[in-house]
Design a protein around this ligand. Sequence first.
Ligand code: 2YH
Length: 272
Amino acid sequence: MTRLRADDICNVNAELMDYNQQLVHTVGKSLAEIAVHSLNKKLEDFAGRYDLYTVGVIPVSCGEGIISGFSLTVQKIVEFLGFRSFVTEDKDVGGLAEAVRKGANIIFLADDDNFVAINIVSGKVSDNGEATGRGYAAALDLMAGGLNKRTVLLIGAGPVGTGAATFMTGRGARVLVYDIDGDKVEKLRQALPEAEAASELNEALVQARLIIEATPAADIIDQKYIFQDTMIAAPGIPLGLNRECKNIIGGRLVHDVLEIGVASMLFAVLDE
Ligand code: 2YH
């Protein structure tokens, strides 16, 4: 599992408006619209309800410790989406108590293995892995003008890949799954038997023009597999495309370090 570094996130806040514009240009929808699409909903479904929520983000020091700027970046994304939010001054259990005392009804917190949003009133929990996969699959769906009967190659069968595959099969896509760990592919297929295992990456890349790159590996897609109509949604960190691939794919790529995942987590824990 990739651990974000302070360097990965240091520009996210300053670039949120530009990133949102870039999504509108690439995907045709804003960050918030992509997140609600991942839940098969519309922004109107949440209209007039934003004021009901206060989001508390709690720094967590266990394991490898606090990542400088992580909680603040999560809070800024939540704020950008239009929600009242704050980072607690205290960390860990003290931070949780502080968040509740200050009126938070939604909590965000992350350790080395889990990153969750919890609606402490309804009990709804959203996991970053599942939400990120769902969010990127929703972005690909919007960018491609629909996934029904389209072949999508999913590279990476972890929690992010599984979240993406679930959304895409629900939208009628044929999902080919590749992972260097065949056991992960089998586990995904046990949960989602309609997904198909791809045994060889390059063979699968020849077939697919729509790709979800959900691996922690860099440089895994050779530029000869980026065709004129290839579209890639890439939640994987680091990005699995080298500079040449990035140049070829241009505006048909969606990739960020935190934004789509956090937005998809947030909307998932709001009340119906
Ligand atoms: O980046 C991570 C993990 N890889 C979890 C990702 C789950 N998909 N965690 C962030 C740790 C944040 C730290 N504990 C803090 O600053 O609070």
